[in-house]
Design a protein around this ligand. Structure first.
Ligand SMILES: Cc1cc2nc3c(=O)[nH]c(=O)nc-3n(C[C@H](O)[C@H](O)[C@H](O)COP(=O)(O)OP(=O)(O)OC[C@H]3O[C@@H](n4cnc5c(N)ncnc54)[C@H](O)[C@@H]3O)c2cc1C
Length: 328
């Protein structure tokens, strides 16, 4: 079995939760694998991020370079190409950065590429059997990926639940001198932090999140009523913001907020990766959707196939009853 690497996204000295998901995915590919983490960046934050994953990875390859201080897939790609051994399997989170990084990386490495992978069906000879989704999640496709020359595989956020962390030796190896001076035609300009808004959804441990399935603005009140009983906040998917049913500050996802609740109730949300990318910390995910084939059910802990316009009021009444709250 080829050596498995995991590209670790980190911020402010802490590895992203996707690091643990990549370990879980590596274990599905090879149960005996102790994957190697690769972290790129610069300064004390990179050192801290490397230290934060030592118990999960056998080895951590640190690539420190001032040019890598800010996210730039072109530069990271060059650095990775210089250090990765031929035939490696490289796992990358399927987020915006990963989507930018990975296809070109697989071309440079002359290896296979599979995007938005949500399950591993095993290995047969030199074929890695993967499940991915196409047509916006309408169909699941079972693909065989020839890994004889290695592969770059993008892992869907939330699809691989982290198991007990591997107790690993966690040796940090400095690979910085091997990358030379990467150059890029694009350059980092600035990071714009989104406004918190009236309710800061990043601070809540329970989120009632609504998607296009809520159907119209007046129905948002159904989610608000449930959230009130549960002591939760209401968040949403992007179409809800685009339709001006909720403020942008409530949007979860790659172009919205990153949330880390304990419980996430996805109501009428299909489960696009751009939405899932904003849900961190492997919360207990309950999905309510009238389409039993909705991709959200692939990552949900509990799935309820029902019309949410009928289900939400029922759930709110039940929650009121259990909590002894009078109906309004
Ligand atoms: C660059 C880019 C960035 C993006 N960033 C984000 C982002 O940050 N956040 C984000 O959310 N999206 C983002 N998107 C959009 C994303 O691709 C999806 O289009 C979006 O997440 C879909 O939202 P949804 O699940 O609410 O709607 P849909 O995909 O339309 O799903 C609606 C769901 O509701 C269900 N439904 C309908 N009626 C009912 C009912 N009565 N009861 C129960 N279920 C019902 C349907 O079965 C369906 O599964 C981005 C897209 C791009 C291209």
């Amino acid at each position: 079995m080829p050596r498995i690497f995991a590209y670790i996204v980190h911020r402010a000295g802490v590895a992203d939760d996707s690091a643990a998901e990549l370990v879980a995915a590596a274990k599905k590919i090879d149960a005996t694998a102790v994957p190697t983490a690769i972290l790129t960046g610069w300064g004390p934050e990179l050192d801290a991020a490397c230290s934060s994953v030592t118990s999960s990875f056998g080895e951590i390859w640190k690539i420190a370079n001032q040019a890598l201080a800010y996210p730039n897939a072109e530069l990271v790609r060059q650095a990775l190409v210089r250090v990765l051994p031929p035939g490696s399997i490289v796992l990358v989170p399927h987020d915006h950065f990963g989507i930018d990084l990975s296809p070109g990386l697989s071309i440079k490495l002359n290896s296979a590429f599979a995007s938005d992978v949500l399950a591993v069906d095993g290995v047969e000879g030199s074929s890695l059997k993967l499940v991915r989704q196409e047509l916006g999640g309408q169909v699941s496709t079972h693909v065989r990926c020839d890994i004889s020359s290695g592969a770059v595989i993008n892992i869907r956020p939330g699809a691989f639940k982290p198991g007990p962390s591997i107790v690993a030796s966690g040796i940090i190896t400095d690979k910085s001198s091997e990358v030379g001076a990467p150059t890029a035609r694009r350059r980092y300009l600035e990071t714009i932090v989104a406004e918190a808004g009236d309710v800061d959804i990043t601070k809540h441990s329970v989120l009632v999140s609504i998607g296009r399935g809520i159907q119209e603005k007046d129905n948002v009140a159904l989610a608000e009523a449930l959230a009130e009983v549960l002591g939760a906040a209401v968040s949403c998917s992007r179409p809800v913001v685009d339709a001006k049913w909720m403020e942008k500050s409530r949007q979860v996802g790659s172009s919205g907020k990153t949330v880390k609740p304990k419980v996430y109730l996805a109501c009428g949300i299909s489960g696009a990766f751009q939405h899932l990318a904003g849900i961190k910390g492997s919360p207990f995910l309950i999905a309510i959707n009238k389409n039993p084939k909705a991709p959200i059910f692939q990552v949900a802990d509990v799935g309820i196939v029902d019309d949410l316009l009928e289900f939400l009021p029922e759930l709110t009444n039940k929650a009121r009853e259990l909590r002894g709250v009078a109906a309004k």
